[in-house]
Design a protein around this ligand. Structure first.
Ligand code: PLP
Length: 406
Protein backbone atom coordinates (compact mmCIF):
# COMPACT_ATOMS: atom_id res chain seq x y z
CA UNK A 1 0.00 0.00 0.00
CA UNK A 2 2.85 2.36 0.80
CA UNK A 3 3.65 2.87 -2.90
CA UNK A 4 0.16 4.38 -3.25
CA UNK A 5 0.91 7.20 -0.79
CA UNK A 6 1.49 10.67 -2.28
CA UNK A 7 4.97 11.07 -3.73
CA UNK A 8 5.43 14.45 -2.05
CA UNK A 9 5.70 12.66 1.30
CA UNK A 10 9.30 11.81 0.49
CA UNK A 11 10.16 15.44 1.28
CA UNK A 12 8.32 15.59 4.62
CA UNK A 13 10.73 15.47 7.54
CA UNK A 14 9.98 15.01 11.22
CA UNK A 15 11.37 15.70 14.68
CA UNK A 16 13.79 12.82 15.01
CA UNK A 17 14.09 13.71 18.69
CA UNK A 18 10.91 11.68 19.18
CA UNK A 19 12.98 8.57 18.40
CA UNK A 20 15.17 9.47 21.38
CA UNK A 21 12.08 9.62 23.61
CA UNK A 22 11.09 6.19 22.40
CA UNK A 23 14.54 4.74 22.99
CA UNK A 24 14.63 6.27 26.50
CA UNK A 25 11.15 4.88 27.22
CA UNK A 26 12.21 1.40 26.12
CA UNK A 27 15.32 1.59 28.30
CA UNK A 28 13.16 2.71 31.25
CA UNK A 29 10.71 -0.16 30.59
CA UNK A 30 13.60 -2.57 31.16
CA UNK A 31 13.69 -1.29 34.75
CA UNK A 32 16.37 1.40 34.36
CA UNK A 33 16.28 4.95 35.64
CA UNK A 34 16.33 7.55 32.87
CA UNK A 35 17.45 11.16 33.34
CA UNK A 36 15.36 12.95 30.70
CA UNK A 37 17.43 15.75 29.16
CA UNK A 38 16.04 15.04 25.68
CA UNK A 39 12.61 16.62 26.12
CA UNK A 40 11.81 20.19 25.17
CA UNK A 41 8.71 19.80 27.32
CA UNK A 42 8.11 21.25 30.77
CA UNK A 43 7.34 19.17 33.88
CA UNK A 44 5.97 22.16 35.79
CA UNK A 45 2.18 22.61 35.96
CA UNK A 46 0.41 25.44 34.15
CA UNK A 47 -0.33 28.25 36.66
CA UNK A 48 -3.62 27.65 38.51
CA UNK A 49 -5.23 30.96 37.52
CA UNK A 50 -4.85 30.04 33.83
CA UNK A 51 -6.41 26.61 34.38
CA UNK A 52 -9.29 28.16 36.29
CA UNK A 53 -9.96 30.72 33.53
CA UNK A 54 -10.13 27.96 30.90
CA UNK A 55 -12.32 25.81 33.17
CA UNK A 56 -14.67 28.71 33.75
CA UNK A 57 -14.87 29.42 30.03
CA UNK A 58 -15.78 25.80 29.44
CA UNK A 59 -18.47 25.94 32.10
CA UNK A 60 -19.71 29.21 30.55
CA UNK A 61 -20.30 27.40 27.28
CA UNK A 62 -17.26 28.58 25.29
CA UNK A 63 -17.20 25.19 23.64
CA UNK A 64 -18.31 25.94 20.10
CA UNK A 65 -16.56 27.24 17.00
CA UNK A 66 -15.12 30.73 17.22
CA UNK A 67 -13.54 33.07 14.63
CA UNK A 68 -10.68 31.38 12.77
CA UNK A 69 -8.47 34.36 13.59
CA UNK A 70 -9.21 33.87 17.30
CA UNK A 71 -11.50 35.62 19.77
CA UNK A 72 -11.20 39.44 19.61
CA UNK A 73 -10.40 39.87 23.32
CA UNK A 74 -7.32 37.64 23.07
CA UNK A 75 -6.19 39.25 19.81
CA UNK A 76 -6.51 42.69 21.42
CA UNK A 77 -4.49 41.90 24.55
CA UNK A 78 -1.85 40.01 22.62
CA UNK A 79 -1.46 42.84 20.09
CA UNK A 80 -1.06 45.34 22.95
CA UNK A 81 1.34 43.28 24.98
CA UNK A 82 3.48 41.79 22.23
CA UNK A 83 3.74 45.24 20.63
CA UNK A 84 4.68 47.11 23.81
CA UNK A 85 7.27 44.47 24.82
CA UNK A 86 8.89 44.91 21.41
CA UNK A 87 8.58 48.68 21.15
CA UNK A 88 6.16 48.65 18.18
CA UNK A 89 2.45 49.12 17.68
CA UNK A 90 0.20 46.23 16.69
CA UNK A 91 -3.57 46.06 16.62
CA UNK A 92 -5.73 42.99 16.49
CA UNK A 93 -5.68 42.86 12.69
CA UNK A 94 -1.99 41.98 13.06
CA UNK A 95 -2.74 38.91 15.18
CA UNK A 96 -4.03 35.50 14.08
CA UNK A 97 -4.46 33.05 16.96
CA UNK A 98 -3.13 29.58 16.20
CA UNK A 99 -3.20 26.15 17.84
CA UNK A 100 0.40 26.55 19.06
CA UNK A 101 3.41 28.34 17.64
CA UNK A 102 4.35 25.52 15.29
CA UNK A 103 1.49 26.06 12.77
CA UNK A 104 2.93 29.51 12.03
CA UNK A 105 5.88 27.84 10.28
CA UNK A 106 3.97 26.09 7.45
CA UNK A 107 1.64 29.08 7.07
CA UNK A 108 4.60 31.43 6.63
CA UNK A 109 6.08 29.14 4.00
CA UNK A 110 2.81 28.47 2.19
CA UNK A 111 1.98 32.19 2.04
CA UNK A 112 5.31 33.54 0.89
CA UNK A 113 7.38 30.85 -0.83
CA UNK A 114 6.97 29.82 -4.44
CA UNK A 115 8.31 26.51 -5.76
CA UNK A 116 12.09 26.63 -5.89
CA UNK A 117 12.43 29.81 -3.81
CA UNK A 118 15.39 29.82 -1.45
CA UNK A 119 14.79 29.87 2.29
CA UNK A 120 17.59 30.54 4.77
CA UNK A 121 17.17 28.77 8.10
CA UNK A 122 19.34 27.86 11.09
CA UNK A 123 21.17 24.55 11.29
CA UNK A 124 21.46 23.36 14.03
CA UNK A 125 17.87 24.49 14.35
CA UNK A 126 14.30 23.51 14.99
CA UNK A 127 13.84 20.64 12.49
CA UNK A 128 10.38 21.66 11.32
CA UNK A 129 11.79 24.57 9.28
CA UNK A 130 13.68 22.26 6.93
CA UNK A 131 10.85 19.74 6.79
CA UNK A 132 8.31 22.38 5.77
CA UNK A 133 10.58 24.12 3.26
CA UNK A 134 11.28 20.85 1.47
CA UNK A 135 7.72 19.54 1.71
CA UNK A 136 6.46 22.68 -0.02
CA UNK A 137 9.08 22.52 -2.77
CA UNK A 138 11.42 25.24 -1.57
CA UNK A 139 15.18 25.36 -1.82
CA UNK A 140 16.55 24.74 1.68
CA UNK A 141 19.53 26.97 2.52
CA UNK A 142 20.84 26.00 5.96
CA UNK A 143 23.10 28.50 7.70
CA UNK A 144 25.35 27.61 10.62
CA UNK A 145 26.86 29.28 13.64
CA UNK A 146 30.35 30.03 14.88
CA UNK A 147 31.30 29.39 18.48
CA UNK A 148 32.76 32.48 20.17
CA UNK A 149 33.55 33.55 23.74
CA UNK A 150 30.19 35.33 23.59
CA UNK A 151 28.20 32.22 22.60
CA UNK A 152 27.11 31.04 19.17
CA UNK A 153 26.98 33.63 16.41
CA UNK A 154 25.44 33.35 12.95
CA UNK A 155 28.00 32.45 10.30
CA UNK A 156 27.52 35.63 8.28
CA UNK A 157 29.90 34.65 5.52
CA UNK A 158 27.95 31.49 4.89
CA UNK A 159 24.63 33.34 4.83
CA UNK A 160 25.98 35.83 2.32
CA UNK A 161 27.39 33.08 0.14
CA UNK A 162 24.03 31.27 0.09
CA UNK A 163 21.89 34.22 -0.98
CA UNK A 164 20.88 34.07 -4.64
CA UNK A 165 18.40 35.84 -6.87
CA UNK A 166 15.55 33.56 -5.83
CA UNK A 167 16.18 33.70 -2.07
CA UNK A 168 12.97 35.00 -0.53
CA UNK A 169 12.75 34.05 3.13
CA UNK A 170 14.94 34.19 6.21
CA UNK A 171 14.05 32.15 9.26
CA UNK A 172 15.50 33.72 12.37
CA UNK A 173 15.21 32.09 15.77
CA UNK A 174 16.73 34.49 18.25
CA UNK A 175 16.94 32.84 21.69
CA UNK A 176 17.55 29.72 19.75
CA UNK A 177 16.72 26.05 20.04
CA UNK A 178 18.95 24.01 20.37
CA UNK A 179 21.99 26.20 21.09
CA UNK A 180 20.57 29.03 23.16
CA UNK A 181 22.22 31.36 20.62
CA UNK A 182 21.37 35.00 21.16
CA UNK A 183 22.00 37.93 18.81
CA UNK A 184 23.71 41.03 20.11
CA UNK A 185 22.47 44.28 18.58
CA UNK A 186 25.15 44.16 15.91
CA UNK A 187 24.01 40.75 14.70
CA UNK A 188 20.33 41.65 14.81
CA UNK A 189 20.98 44.81 12.80
CA UNK A 190 22.99 42.80 10.31
CA UNK A 191 20.04 40.40 9.82
CA UNK A 192 17.72 43.40 9.37
CA UNK A 193 20.02 45.05 6.84
CA UNK A 194 20.40 41.81 4.93
CA UNK A 195 16.62 41.31 4.81
CA UNK A 196 16.06 44.83 3.52
CA UNK A 197 18.90 44.72 1.01
CA UNK A 198 17.72 41.41 -0.49
CA UNK A 199 14.01 42.05 0.02
CA UNK A 200 13.52 38.99 2.25
CA UNK A 201 10.55 38.15 4.44
CA UNK A 202 11.58 37.18 7.95
CA UNK A 203 10.01 34.59 10.22
CA UNK A 204 11.08 35.64 13.70
CA UNK A 205 10.55 32.54 15.81
CA UNK A 206 10.24 34.03 19.29
CA UNK A 207 9.19 30.87 21.13
CA UNK A 208 11.70 31.64 23.94
CA UNK A 209 11.35 35.45 23.97
CA UNK A 210 10.09 35.55 27.56
CA UNK A 211 12.48 32.89 28.93
CA UNK A 212 15.21 35.36 29.96
CA UNK A 213 17.33 34.87 33.07
CA UNK A 214 18.52 38.47 33.09
CA UNK A 215 18.02 41.56 30.97
CA UNK A 216 15.28 42.34 28.51
CA UNK A 217 14.69 40.50 25.22
CA UNK A 218 14.85 42.27 21.89
CA UNK A 219 12.90 41.58 18.74
CA UNK A 220 13.97 42.30 15.19
CA UNK A 221 10.60 44.02 14.59
CA UNK A 222 11.87 46.95 16.68
CA UNK A 223 14.40 47.81 13.96
CA UNK A 224 12.97 50.37 11.49
CA UNK A 225 11.69 48.76 8.30
CA UNK A 226 11.39 45.26 9.81
CA UNK A 227 7.86 45.15 11.22
CA UNK A 228 6.56 45.39 7.65
CA UNK A 229 8.46 42.28 6.50
CA UNK A 230 8.41 40.12 9.63
CA UNK A 231 6.04 37.52 11.03
CA UNK A 232 6.50 36.75 14.72
CA UNK A 233 5.92 33.19 15.87
CA UNK A 234 4.39 33.70 19.30
CA UNK A 235 3.58 30.90 21.71
CA UNK A 236 2.15 30.42 25.19
CA UNK A 237 3.84 26.98 25.39
CA UNK A 238 7.06 27.83 27.19
CA UNK A 239 6.42 30.97 29.24
CA UNK A 240 3.31 29.59 30.93
CA UNK A 241 4.14 25.84 30.76
CA UNK A 242 1.26 25.32 28.32
CA UNK A 243 2.88 23.02 25.74
CA UNK A 244 -0.10 20.66 25.58
CA UNK A 245 -2.75 23.37 25.45
CA UNK A 246 -1.77 24.28 21.90
CA UNK A 247 -2.05 28.04 21.94
CA UNK A 248 0.05 30.49 19.96
CA UNK A 249 -0.22 33.18 17.31
CA UNK A 250 1.18 34.71 14.17
CA UNK A 251 1.80 38.44 14.50
CA UNK A 252 2.59 40.32 11.31
CA UNK A 253 1.48 42.72 8.56
CA UNK A 254 -2.30 42.96 8.25
CA UNK A 255 -2.58 41.91 4.59
CA UNK A 256 -0.43 38.85 5.20
CA UNK A 257 -2.41 37.94 8.32
CA UNK A 258 -5.52 37.79 6.11
CA UNK A 259 -3.79 35.07 4.12
CA UNK A 260 -2.88 33.24 7.33
CA UNK A 261 -6.55 33.49 8.36
CA UNK A 262 -7.62 31.88 5.07
CA UNK A 263 -5.14 29.07 5.65
CA UNK A 264 -6.56 28.64 9.16
CA UNK A 265 -10.08 28.31 7.77
CA UNK A 266 -8.81 25.57 5.48
CA UNK A 267 -6.59 23.79 7.99
CA UNK A 268 -8.22 23.85 11.39
CA UNK A 269 -11.32 26.11 11.25
CA UNK A 270 -10.36 27.74 14.52
CA UNK A 271 -8.23 27.38 17.63
CA UNK A 272 -9.83 25.72 20.68
CA UNK A 273 -12.35 28.18 22.09
CA UNK A 274 -12.13 27.90 25.89
CA UNK A 275 -8.33 27.59 25.84
CA UNK A 276 -8.17 31.15 24.51
CA UNK A 277 -9.71 32.42 27.77
CA UNK A 278 -6.80 30.74 29.54
CA UNK A 279 -4.56 32.74 27.21
CA UNK A 280 -6.23 36.03 28.18
CA UNK A 281 -5.71 35.20 31.86
CA UNK A 282 -2.08 34.26 31.16
CA UNK A 283 -1.43 37.68 29.64
CA UNK A 284 -3.55 39.91 31.86
CA UNK A 285 -3.75 38.04 35.20
CA UNK A 286 -1.17 37.52 37.92
CA UNK A 287 2.32 36.80 36.55
CA UNK A 288 3.42 34.98 39.71
CA UNK A 289 2.97 31.57 38.04
CA UNK A 290 5.23 32.58 35.15
CA UNK A 291 7.78 33.81 37.69
CA UNK A 292 7.72 30.46 39.51
CA UNK A 293 8.36 28.69 36.18
CA UNK A 294 11.22 31.01 35.24
CA UNK A 295 12.83 30.77 38.70
CA UNK A 296 12.68 27.00 38.64
CA UNK A 297 14.21 26.93 35.14
CA UNK A 298 16.97 29.27 36.31
CA UNK A 299 17.75 26.99 39.28
CA UNK A 300 18.04 24.03 36.91
CA UNK A 301 20.20 25.92 34.44
CA UNK A 302 22.58 27.04 37.17
CA UNK A 303 22.83 23.56 38.65
CA UNK A 304 23.43 21.86 35.29
CA UNK A 305 25.87 24.50 34.02
CA UNK A 306 27.89 24.41 37.27
CA UNK A 307 28.31 20.67 37.06
CA UNK A 308 29.08 20.59 33.33
CA UNK A 309 31.64 23.34 33.72
CA UNK A 310 33.59 21.15 36.13
CA UNK A 311 33.51 18.07 33.96
CA UNK A 312 36.49 17.12 31.87
CA UNK A 313 35.96 16.46 28.19
CA UNK A 314 33.05 18.93 28.05
CA UNK A 315 33.05 22.67 27.46
CA UNK A 316 30.13 24.99 27.64
CA UNK A 317 28.83 28.48 27.02
CA UNK A 318 25.91 29.19 29.36
CA UNK A 319 23.17 31.10 27.56
CA UNK A 320 20.96 33.67 29.21
CA UNK A 321 17.81 32.40 27.60
CA UNK A 322 15.86 29.25 26.54
CA UNK A 323 16.03 26.04 28.57
CA UNK A 324 18.81 24.35 26.65
CA UNK A 325 22.53 23.91 27.06
CA UNK A 326 24.61 22.92 24.04
CA UNK A 327 27.95 21.66 25.33
CA UNK A 328 30.93 20.80 23.15
CA UNK A 329 31.64 17.13 23.86
CA UNK A 330 34.35 16.58 21.24
CA UNK A 331 36.95 15.33 23.73
CA UNK A 332 34.62 12.84 25.38
CA UNK A 333 33.43 11.68 21.94
CA UNK A 334 37.01 10.96 20.93
CA UNK A 335 37.93 9.27 24.20
CA UNK A 336 34.90 7.02 23.86
CA UNK A 337 35.90 6.28 20.27
CA UNK A 338 32.27 6.83 19.33
CA UNK A 339 31.50 5.70 15.78
CA UNK A 340 28.72 8.22 15.27
CA UNK A 341 26.52 10.64 17.18
CA UNK A 342 23.97 7.87 17.55
CA UNK A 343 26.59 5.50 18.96
CA UNK A 344 27.69 8.21 21.42
CA UNK A 345 24.11 8.91 22.56
CA UNK A 346 23.12 5.28 22.86
CA UNK A 347 26.27 4.25 24.78
CA UNK A 348 25.80 7.04 27.32
CA UNK A 349 22.10 6.26 27.74
CA UNK A 350 22.82 2.60 28.35
CA UNK A 351 25.77 3.21 30.68
CA UNK A 352 24.28 6.04 32.76
CA UNK A 353 20.56 6.53 31.99
CA UNK A 354 21.34 10.10 30.86
CA UNK A 355 19.22 10.77 27.78
CA UNK A 356 19.80 13.69 25.41
CA UNK A 357 19.58 14.73 21.78
CA UNK A 358 22.68 15.23 19.70
CA UNK A 359 23.54 17.94 17.21
CA UNK A 360 22.31 15.65 14.42
CA UNK A 361 18.73 15.82 15.70
CA UNK A 362 18.76 19.46 14.61
CA UNK A 363 19.95 19.03 11.03
CA UNK A 364 22.74 17.40 9.05
CA UNK A 365 26.10 18.81 10.19
CA UNK A 366 27.45 21.42 7.76
CA UNK A 367 30.70 20.75 5.86
CA UNK A 368 32.95 23.00 7.98
CA UNK A 369 31.91 21.57 11.36
CA UNK A 370 34.66 19.79 13.22
CA UNK A 371 33.34 19.87 16.82
CA UNK A 372 30.75 17.58 18.40
CA UNK A 373 27.80 18.93 20.35
CA UNK A 374 24.81 17.62 22.26
CA UNK A 375 21.71 19.34 23.63
CA UNK A 376 20.65 19.12 27.24
CA UNK A 377 17.08 20.34 27.84
CA UNK A 378 16.49 21.04 31.53
CA UNK A 379 12.79 21.86 31.33
CA UNK A 380 11.62 18.33 32.07
CA UNK A 381 13.95 17.24 34.89
CA UNK A 382 14.26 18.22 38.57
CA UNK A 383 17.42 19.61 40.16
CA UNK A 384 17.82 16.40 42.19
CA UNK A 385 17.74 14.31 39.03
CA UNK A 386 20.06 16.72 37.23
CA UNK A 387 22.60 16.20 40.02
CA UNK A 388 22.14 12.43 40.15
CA UNK A 389 22.31 12.01 36.36
CA UNK A 390 25.36 14.26 36.04
CA UNK A 391 27.15 12.32 38.79
CA UNK A 392 26.67 9.17 36.71
CA UNK A 393 27.84 10.90 33.54
CA UNK A 394 30.87 12.25 35.39
CA UNK A 395 31.80 8.80 36.65
CA UNK A 396 31.41 7.41 33.13
CA UNK A 397 33.52 10.09 31.47
CA UNK A 398 36.23 9.70 34.14
CA UNK A 399 36.62 6.06 33.20
CA UNK A 400 37.63 7.21 29.70
CA UNK A 401 39.89 9.99 30.91
CA UNK A 402 41.78 7.55 33.12
CA UNK A 403 42.16 5.15 30.19
CA UNK A 404 43.36 8.02 28.02
CA UNK A 405 45.88 9.05 30.67
CA UNK A 406 47.50 5.57 30.95
C1 PLP B 1 12.25 27.12 18.23
C2 PLP B 1 10.86 26.62 18.41
N1 PLP B 1 9.88 27.15 17.68
C3 PLP B 1 8.62 26.72 17.80
C4 PLP B 1 8.29 25.74 18.69
C5 PLP B 1 6.85 25.30 18.73
O1 PLP B 1 6.27 25.31 19.96
P1 PLP B 1 4.69 25.23 20.13
O2 PLP B 1 4.11 24.69 18.88
O3 PLP B 1 4.47 24.36 21.31
O4 PLP B 1 4.25 26.64 20.37
C6 PLP B 1 9.28 25.13 19.47
C7 PLP B 1 8.96 24.02 20.38
O5 PLP B 1 9.78 23.37 20.95
C8 PLP B 1 10.60 25.60 19.34
O6 PLP B 1 11.61 25.07 20.06
Amino acid sequence: MKDKFASRLKDLGTETAFAVSQDAAEFAAEGNKVYPFHLGDINIPTPANIMEAANKAMRDGKTGYNPSVGIPQLRNVLADLAGSERGVFYNRENVVIQPGGKPVIPKFIQSLMNLGDGVLYPNPGYPIYESQIEFHGGHALPYGFISSSDGFKIDRERVESLIGSNTRLFIYNNYQNPMGAESDMDEMEWVAELAQKHDLWVLSDEAYFEIQYSGKPKSIVSIPGMKERTVILYTFSKTYAMTGWRLGAAIGPEELMKVFARLSVNDESCTNHFIQYGGIEALTGSQSGAEVILNELRRRRDSLADILNQMEGISLFTPNSTFYLFPDVTDLYRHMEAQSYEDFRSKILRATGVSFCTREHFGTPLPNEDRKYIRFAYSGITVDDIEEGMAKLNEYQRSFNSVAAV
